[in-house]
Design a protein around this ligand. Structure first.
Ligand code: NAD
Ligand code: MG
Ligand code: MG
Ligand code: MG
Ligand code: MG
Ligand code: MG
Length: 338
């Protein structure tokens, strides 16, 4: 299965030109969408609670800011860009009472629809426009006349125009300049969760910690261990990002390449791959989502796990070493992506 791809010529901006759009949330994604929609000539308002710290930022940009309920009532296209864990509550309280037949409900990630935490009524279009990059990159690329690739998906096509609307929205934020890939809420949600759990966040963090512990337990200096298993990761990731794994293998020494291709498969073993399938199974059968929704009510267990992560000795060593390297900046503001 290969995804269908759409470009500028496949999308008609006038489809969203006649609509009133509400962007709920003004964080990483929300600010990028709202500003680029406005610059594309779309009638946009931002929905934020009274007292939200994001309010002054949106107002300084000259955007109209209403409460989420007011914005949803006024608009006929509602894009939900608030944290996944609060979407269901905001939907019930502020969005559902303000949905009319023919309105469109849009998402930047499929979690709440995929796991039935939000169940929109018939008669409403439900679609996704999910840029594959953090909000500040989405905005920067748009301003530079380029764009970040987006995924679109249609969960419910009540009007017959849901896909055309999603494409028009993607065009208005620059996505079709780069290419828009068609997916489903299920595929986007499950692959996103799997990627962040098994590889990008969970897998990489454990690999770093295990490598660091192995070196330090064997008597090597923690500082040396930090450089070898954490600091240099960025160089490797940049090579992979720019030219795939082949580019990385090409760029490292033959010693690193031979050692890597012979030892790597001894680190990620058949047992690791079997565990990856179990992790994927928990995503597919909804048990991860149930666990996370329950945990997100208290954060009790989660805070302990966060504490453990913060207290690992690699974090103390790293803080000291990064002070010696002022060019190693903190992650760009609003740089969340997973
Ligand atoms: P964020 O945490 O950066 O911003 C959330 C915004 O929602 C803030 O402006 C906050 O003030 C507001 N907010 C919080 N609670 C609210 C409430 N009760 N009512 C109204 N507004 C409220 O969020 P984000 O990272 O931009 O994520 C938004 C959505 O985009 C999520 O579905 C996420 O999965 C998806 N997404 C994010 C990225 C990314 O790079 N960050 C990429 C693709 C998709
Ligand atoms: Mg409405
Ligand atoms: Mg080295
Ligand atoms: Mg080489
Ligand atoms: Mg994610
Ligand atoms: Mg992701």
């Amino acid at each position: 299965m290969t995804a269908e791809v759409f470009y500028d010529d496949d999308a008609d901006l006038s489809v969203i030109g006649d609509r009133k759009v509400a962007v709920l949330g003004y964080g990483s994604q929300g600010h990028a969408h709202a500003l680029s929609l406005r610059d594309s000539g779309v009638d946009v308002r931002v929905g934020l609670p009274e007292g939200s710290k994001s309010r002054p930022k949106a107002e300084e940009e000259g955007l109209r800011v209403l409460t989420p309920a007011e914005a949803a009532a006024e608009a006929d296209v509602i894009m939900v860009l608030i944290p996944d864990t609060v979407q269901a509550e905001v939907y019930e309280r502020d969005i559902a009472p303000n949905l009319s037949r023919g309105d469109a409900l849009l998402f930047g990630h499929g979690f709440n629809i995929r796991y039935d935490l939000i169940n929109p009524p018939e008669g409403v279009d439900v679609a996704m426009v999910a840029p594959k990059g953090p909000g500040h990159v989405v905005r920067r690329q748009f301003v530079d006349g380029k764009g970040v690739p987006c995924l679109i998906a249609v969960e419910q096509d009540a009007t017959g125009g849901a896909q055309a609307l999603a494409l028009a929205y993607a065009k208005a934020i620059g996505g079709t300049r780069a290419g828009v890939l068609k997916t489903t809420f299920t595929e986007e949600t499950e692959t996103d969760l799997f990627g962040e759990q098994a590889v990008l966040c969970g897998g990489v963090a454990e690999l770093i910690r295990a490598g660091f512990d192995t070196l330090v337990d064997a008597g090597y200096a923690p500082e040396a261990a930090y450089f070898e298993v954490l600091h240099e990761l960025k160089l490797i990731v940049d090579m992979v990002n720019e030219g795939g794994l082949s580019n990385m293998w090409y760029s490292v020494s033959d010693t690193a390449e031979y050692g890597g291709v012979t030892r790597g498969p001894r680190i990620v073993t058949d047992e690791t791959r079997a565990e990856m399938r179990r992790v994927l199974g928990e995503i597919q059968d909804g048990s991860f989502a149930r666990e996370w929704v329950a945990e997100s009510k208290t954060y009790e267990q989660f805070e302990k796990l966060r504490e453990d992560q913060r207290n690992h000795r690699i974090e103390q060593v790293g803080a000291g070493l990064r002070d010696m390297m002022p060019w190693v900046g903190r992650a760009a503001k609003g740089g969340k992506t997973a």
